[in-house]
Design a protein around this ligand. Structure first.
Ligand SMILES: Cc1cc2nc3c(=O)[nH]c(=O)nc-3n(C[C@H](O)[C@H](O)[C@H](O)COP(=O)(O)OP(=O)(O)OC[C@H]3O[C@@H](n4cnc5c(N)ncnc54)[C@H](O)[C@@H]3O)c2cc1C
Length: 389
């Protein structure tokens, strides 16, 4: 799957077509040149040059790459997944920048926006010149967005938004936020320019995870918007949930990138570090760990590829994405933690990427639906009973 990875035991790379391989190789090179040399420092400082990276990613067609028209690349879902995998092999925060821009903010406008909104926002967002964010979570409403408190009311021809959104990726640097709010007609979405009076952002600091990602809290204080800020085709909670399904597909692949980077780092370490007169990799217990992790990683990749092919055939259902998100993030986190044990004390050092990936995956486990929420989605499908309410 990744051409050079010894962990592709099953030769899954052979299941990719030429274009998919090329996309993977290009993103891998980009990550090697632009992310790997700097990411440990970004992580330590809790600061990432989002605008600079977005322009470079935009130039390569990575932003909204699976969307069509309006400057978007129109790639397959599998190619997009492979791009997410390679980006997250660099860092989950960097992949989050691309996921939120393309699968959440751009997708919402592309799928539910008016022609004018699409023309206004999508080309600069695809080019990385405008940054988008997606505000669904609130301080008091995370897993249960149906209870959201942010309200939008009509006032003459305008809309007035009041409330707040929490844990919003890209918010501190965004030009536009897709904000979901309760109205008399149910949940509706709005494209909100961040310079609108009444919008303010506080950057969330002291994260111990996803530190190479800008996260913010958005306050909406009687924000007056023209009627054309409403996304006309988004009615009800199923609209933001459909955006989450898009983004979760990228995560199914992305988490495997973080896991692969842990595995490759660990294999190199275990073959070069000697204890008791032999390399760590020569101990049966180390080999058992490596073998089990490799098997899980390959199973995750098969799952991602299957879901990607379903998406390209237009047949992917939300609960199938839940299977992928639940399994692949859970297994990637288990791999990262196990790899850390093989690196011993060096496993906790920022000189190696393993602990950074493990910490990042804690956020990935929580956002875009926690593991428990995906279990409930799958449970509902199996039993016909909703355990949410
Ligand atoms: C770094 C980061 C970036 C994020 N970026 C964004 C973003 O860009 N946009 C956005 O809108 N949101 C974003 N989020 C928010 C994220 O989607 C939420 O954190 C997530 O949905 C969980 O909500 P919560 O944190 O409020 O946890 P809660 O909903 O309070 O859940 C806490 C715990 O209770 C469990 N739980 C909740 N309900 C049930 C139930 N019915 N049954 C069993 N267990 C349950 C959960 O699984 C979890 O373990 C981000 C989060 C992080 C950490």
């Amino acid at each position: 799957m990744s051409p050079a990875s010894p962990f592709d035991l099953l030769d899954l790379g052979a299941l990719l077509d030429e274009e998919e391989r090329q996309v993977q190789a290009v993103v891998r090179r980009l990550v090697a040149d632009r992310v790997r040399p700097h990411v440990a420092e970004w992580y330590e400082q809790g600061h990432v040059p989002v605008r600079e990276l977005a322009r470079e990613f935009g130039a390569l067609g990575l932003l909204g790459m699976h969307l069509t028209g309006y400057g978007c690349a129109g790639s397959s879902a599998v190619a997009y997944g492979l791009a997410c995998l390679e980006l997250e092999a660099g860092d989950s925060g960097v992949r989050s920048l691309v996921s939120v821009q393309g699968s959440l903010a751009m997708y919402a406008i592309w799928r539910y926006g008016s022609e004018e909104q699409k023309r206004r926002w999508l080309p600069p967002m695809a080019a990385g010149e405008a940054i988008g964010c997606f505000g669904l979570t609130e301080p008091d409403h995370g897993s249960d967005p149906a209870s959201m408190a942010t309200r939008a009311r009509r006032d003459g021809g305008d809309w007035v938004l009041h409330g707040g959104k929490m844990w919003i990726t890209n918010a501190p640097v965004a030009d536009v936020a897709v904000i979901w709010a309760r109205t008399d007609e149910g949940v509706r979405g709005f494209a909100v320019p961040m310079e609108t009076p009444g919008v303010s952002v506080r950057e969330i600091r002291r994260k111990m995870s996803l530190r190479a990602s800008a996260t913010g809290e958005i306050s909406l204080d009687e924000v007056r918007l023209p009627a054309d800020a409403l996304l006309p085709d988004a009615a009800g909670l199923k609209a933001p949930l459909s955006c989450l399904t898009e983004a979760r597909h990228g995560i199914v692949w992305g988490a495997l990138g973080a896991a692969r980077d842990c595995l490759e780092t660990t294999l190199a370490y275990a073959t070069s570090r000697t204890q008791f007169g032999r390399p760590l990799a020569g101990f049966q217990l180390t080999q058992a760990k490596l073998a089990d992790m490799a098997v899980e990683w390959q199973k995750g990749l098969l799952l991602a590829l299957h879901l990607g092919r379903l998406a390209d055939a237009g047949k992917l259902r939300p609960e199938q994405v839940s299977v992928g998100k639940l399994n692949n993030v859970r297994e990637a986190l288990a791999i990262a933690r196990q790899c850390r044990t093989i690196l011993g004390a060096n496993g906790v050092s920022g000189e190696y990427p393993v602990m950074r990936h493990a910490n990042n995956l804690e956020s990935v486990l929580t956002y875009e639906g926690t593991s428990e929420i995906h279990q409930l989605v799958i449970g509902q499908r199996l039993t016909g009973l909703s355990a949410f309410a």
